[in-house]
Design a protein around this ligand. Structure first.
Ligand code: PLP
Length: 386
């Protein structure tokens, strides 16, 4: 049996070279970056080097990068910080955002009286510009639309959205937690004002993220306490994590020209193979350049996603489904429902996300195993037999 990890959208393995660069900051170079003696200045310098590495990767300035504990925290900061600074107002986001944005929006509605619009998407998960134009008002303080979706991999028309928001004088935040590891992002060319990133999606450590805030923009400070991160995000820095994020994003950027076409080709072979081998298989999300190079998401009617995961696990394949069984209730994915899928289609969904370790042989293995599993489960399914 092979071990095939196809859940890179959930998290990626740490690059051993990233770990190597991080290790001294856990051990010998342990000084507090805020201390003034020269020993501690090594920690401070390491953070500033990482800030530079992140900035270079995004065509940003180092002073525009703030380190956080996660992508979730950066999303929270964008929404809460803007809302507090604007002293209320209207926020536009989408129905398919990660819960880090959706639940923050709901929190602001509940506690701060925010007016939040959740835009629908088309059948492939794309926001329509005409929908965005139609809901903007004089009170709109923020548009928060993810760069690419974590479940279905659809990439949004970010350049157009950015240009529109800039022309209208509305702040534009994008959650690029998934996209930043897969596609080139130039924050200036795309007119992005704020952006969220996470190191563990790009072969870096868990528990470290970054928030891009365009120079000159003022948001409320997010974590109150010491003067770290210019006082905007207090607390002693996770030096090793930050160092790891800097190296991880730099390496990712260097590898992208080779890795993007390699993964896109593997993805397309997987998608075409599954659609050919499995009757009534449905691809969720867009195709080609409008889809993340590493994402494939299918629905198989007559099969429960969670059962599929267990069967795949028994064959050594790690994957994910959109029908996460949270606290006993089998809620279908809000993303798949927003595409207009039926409950059955959403419950029978499977997400396979590729990465650096994914090989041709692994795709062959999945294309051999998956059709057999789906066929076997369908034989037992009353829905399918009916
Ligand atoms: N946003 C998106 C689109 C994600 O996919 C994720 C994680 O899966 C997050 C935010 C949260 O990132 P983190 O795990 O760093 O909190």
């Amino acid at each position: 049996m092979q071990n095939v990890y196809l859940d890179h959208a959930a998290t990626t393995p740490m690059d051993p070279e990233v770990l190597e660069v991080m290790t001294p900051y856990f051990t010998e170079t342990f000084g507090n970056p805020s201390s003034i003696y020269s020993f501690a200045s090594k920690s401070r310098a390491a953070i500033e080097k990482a800030r530079e590495q992140v900035a270079v990767a995004l065509n940003a300035l180092p002073e525009e990068i703030f380190f956080t504990s996660s992508g979730t925290e950066a999303d929270n900061w964008a929404l809460k910080g803007t809302f507090e600074k604007a002293k209320g107002g209207h926020i536009i986001t989408t129905q398919i955002e990660h819960h880090a944005v959706l639940y923050t929006g709901e929190y602001l509605e509940k506690t701060g009286g925010a007016d939040v619009t959740y835009l629908p998407v088309d059948a492939e998960g794309r926001v329509r510009m005409e929908d965005l134009r139609a809901v903007v008002t004089d009170k709109t303080a923020l548009v928060s639309i993810m760069f690419a979706n974590n479940e279905i991999g659809t990439i949004q028309p970010i350049e157009e959205i950015g240009r529109f928001c800039r022309e209208r004088g509305i702040l534009f935040h994008t959650d690029a937690v998934q996209a930043a590891a897969q596609v080139d992002i130039d924050v200036k060319a795309l007119s992005i004002d704020m952006m969220s990133l996470s190191a563990h999606k790009m072969y870096g450590p868990k528990g470290t993220g970054a928030f891009y805030l365009r120079r000159g923009l003022k948001l409320e400070n997010f974590v109150h306490g010491g003067g770290q991160e210019k006082g905007k995000r207090a607390s002693t820095e996770n030096v090793a994590g930050i160092v790891g994020m800097g190296v991880a994003i730099e390496k990712m950027k260097t590898r992208l020209p080779q890795e993007k076409p390699r993964l896109s080709a593997l993805r397309d072979r997987l998608i075409d193979g599954v659609l050919k081998a499995i009757p009534h298989a449905k691809l969720n999300g867009a195709r080609g350049e409008e889809r993340l190079p590493n994402n494939a998401n299918f629905s198989f009617i007559g099969v429960e996603g969670e059962t599929l995961l267990l069967d795949l696990d028994a064959k050594g394949i790690s994957a994910s489904t959109g029908s996460a069984c949270t606290s006993g209730s089998l809620e279908p994915s809000h993303v798949l429902m927003a595409l207009g899928l039926t409950h059955e289609e959403a419950h029978g969904s499977l997400r396979l996300t590729l990465g650096r370790g994914t090989s041709d042989a692994q795709i062959d293995y999945v294309l051999d195993v998956l059709p057999q599993i789906v066929a076997k489960r369908r034989e037992m399914s009353p829905i399918w037999r009916a």
